[in-house]
Design a protein around this ligand. Structure first.
Ligand code: RUB
Length: 330
């Protein structure tokens, strides 16, 4: 069944799809905000119908971009709670609870980004040169916190083609009064000899500690590995993917070729194929540590974070796979 959703919900979904709203943390917060707006805009009178309507809104939001697990994790934060309580709820209780859980998630997410800054800044020393890629609020939180604590740092910000999110990073850092240099992505190895540490964000962390982040991250990690430069990933725990525990692969979004070349180029050279993957995977061997709001972990400890944070969903997923073994002796 198709439901009529408030205009603002459709605008948020379109904003995520078109990347007007971007970055894994922001996407997650925008999605739960959309769920809250949807709940407040419900015009029916039946609690079961309300649940179906909220599922409809959730599916619309989940279909916007496939890679950042923060999106399904944020939607699940609200919807799994709703699903567990729906039988006992009146309609008013259901609406109020969605509002409460959405606000709760947003508050947690903002606090987590701040905590990552406080925990991670200890890894930066005065005089260090830091390299970052794309535009990650979590990575920026680490860099900006170090600067605000009086550390004298310099930053190389990669342009991040084709969408140039590196320019947003450079502008934010310059506004903070941080010495920042914007460099083409292809110049990373050229500058790596000067760099003390790399800090990037994450869209998804897999159970084996592999990190999915903006395209180019794995190449930077490779160059850092070669130059023996440490690589840190700043990621909230809701960027860890429970689906990867049962072997699901992370879908890498491929965006339109028109983000790389203009329409005229495509028309004039129909024989040229243009590909535009938006993310890549950095293996855990190239990552020194992941900075979460709950502490700094080795990428190989990702499974422990998943077991702690997502025990409920892991159990459900295992049951579906019928992986529950019975050790009782008959
Ligand atoms: C953004 C990107 C960011 C992560 C982490 O990609 O790869 O590094 O999402 O960001 P896009 P944050 O611009 O395609 O969304 O730390 O802000 O969640």
């Amino acid at each position: 069944m198709n439901y009529k959703l408030p205009k603002e919900v459709l605008e948020i979904a379109e904003g995520i799809r078109s990347m007007k709203i971007r970055g894994a943390g922001r996407i997650a917060r925008a999605a739960v905000k959309a769920l809250k707006i949807a709940a407040l805009g419900y015009r029916g009178s039946n609690v079961k119908d309300f649940y179906d309507y909220m599922m409809y809104a959730s599916k619309l939001l989940l279909a916007t971009r496939p890679t950042a697990v923060s999106l399904p994790n944020a939607v699940a934060y609200v919807m799994s709670r709703l699903s567990r309580n729906i039988e006992a709820f009146s309609l008013n209780e259901a609406v109020d609870s969605v509002v409460k859980w959405s606000d709760e998630f947003i508050e947690y997410s903002l606090k987590a980004t701040q905590l990552i800054g406080e925990i991670g800044e200890g890894r930066i020393k005065s005089g260090n040169i830091v390299l970052t890629h794309c535009n990650s609020s979590a990575a920026l939180s680490v860099i900006i916190t170090a600067h605000r604590k009086g550390k004298d740092i310099r930053v190389y910000a990669c342009e991040t083609r084709p969408k140039f999110q590196g320019k947003i990073t450079a502008k934010t850092l310059a506004k903070e009064g941080i010495d920042v240099t914007l460099i083409p992505d292809s110049a990373v190895r050229f500058f790596m000899k000067d760099v003390d540490l790399v800090i990037v964000g994450a869209d998804t962390v897999a159970a084996n500690g592999a990190v999915v982040n903006k395209i180019g991250t794995s190449m930077i990690a490779l160059a850092a590995h070669e130059a023996r430069v440490r690589v840190f990933v700043a990621a909230e725990t809701y960027k860890f993917s429970p689906a990867t525990v049962i072997g699901e692969l992370v879908t890498i979004e491929e965006r339109p070729p028109t983000e790389v070349v203009d329409k005229d180029f495509l028309r004039r050279y129909p024989g040229i194929k243009v590909r535009n993957p938006a993310f890549d995977v950095t293996p855990p061997e190239y990552i020194d540590a992941i900075i979460t709001e709950k502490g700094v972990i080795s990428p190989h400890a990702a499974i422990l974070v998943l077991r702690e944070e997502f025990a409920w969903t892991l159990e459900e997923r295992m049951k579906k796979l019928k992986l529950t073994l019975n050790y009782e002796i008959e």
